[in-house]
Design a protein around this ligand. Structure first.
Ligand code: NDP
Length: 250
């Protein structure tokens, strides 16, 4: 199926590694130009070199999405270079796990700032030009753990909030040719998750609990995001697509 993404301009937050990196490469494979915002500018630049090697345009911007000022500068630069953003993938996300009684306020704030407020900053910065052109796609990365996970009150609250953000924004933009959806991954083996202190045991448990009996790869998420960005997905908005291997519970 031709997804019709050739020459689209796609902006991905946290695209320097993991799911964001795979998403950048999936869009490039479809002929789209890509811009990546990431706190790790070297990683983002390395991904963009891979995109540029295919003959497409790839722009890496160092940006902390918790800062409205950083986001303003980065989006300004992307707009200067591409003139538009057709597809926004709000992928950057973090967790700072602890049970609530042990959770530091600063960790709670950081998770909310990156996962929720960062999404607000970046979406607001690109939305008007999508509305003016009456076409756009906003795809937010949620998480299966929005159903609840031990030790993740902040993370699950932030990801559930993303679902609410998605639903309300989809209604606001439905008449403007802009669709807004959440993709909720299950356990995906990325650098982020591999750096977890309990990674080997987490992995074993996750495989055991997964109905399909294996763990997802970043490409499983990237391919879903690319489909939601396509013209074929024009009637899908305000929803959450679970890419979890059939697992829903904690
Ligand atoms: P990774 O940690 O592997 O990559 C995230 C990227 O985002 C990193 O490059 C990181 O940069 C960047 N980033 C972090 N904070 C910011 C910020 N403030 N501004 C800009 N960029 C930032 O994550 P994953 O690929 O595993 O996850 C991607 C998304 O998918 C997240 O939203 C996550 O919550 C979600 N998800 C992941 C699952 C999984 O199993 N992997 C499961 C369910 C959801 P740096 O290296 O500098 O920190």
């Amino acid at each position: 199926m031709d997804l019709g993404l050739k020459d689209r301009v796609v902006l991905i937050t946290g695209g320097g590694r993991g799911i964001g990196r795979s998403t950048a490469l999936a869009f490039a494979a479809e002929g789209a130009h890509v811009a990546v915002l990431d706190t790790d500018s070297d990683a983002a630049e390395a991904v963009m070199q891979e995109v540029r090697a295919t003959g497409l345009r790839g722009v890496a911007q160092r940006c902390d999405i918790t800062s409205a000022e950083d986001v303003g500068c980065a989006i300004g630069s992307v707009m200067e270079q591409f003139g538009r953003v057709d597809v926004l993938v709000n992928n950057a996300g973090i967790s700072r796990d602890a049970t609530l009684l042990k959770m530091k306020e600063s960790d709670w704030d950081l998770v909310m700032d990156v996962n929720l407020k960062g999404t607000f900053h970046v979406t607001r910065a690109v939305l008007q030009q999508m509305k003016d052109r009456r076409w756009g796609r906003v795809i937010n990365i949620g998480s299966r753990s929005m159903f609840g996970n031990f030790g993740q009150t902040s993370y699950t609250a932030s990801k559930m909030a993303i679902v609410g953000f998605t639903r309300s924004l989809s209604l606001e933009q439905a008449r403007n040719g802009i669709t807004v959806n959440t993709v909720a991954p299950g356990f995906i083996e990325t650098e982020g998750i591999k750096s977890h202190v309990n990674y080997p045991s987490l992995r074993e448990v996750a495989i055991g609990k997964n109905p399909v009996g294996f763990l997802g790869a970043p490409e499983d998420i990237a391919n879903t995001v690319a489909y939601l960005a396509s013209e074929q997905a024009r009637y899908i908005t305000g929803t959450t697509v679970f890419v979890t291997g059939g697992r829903f519970s904690s």
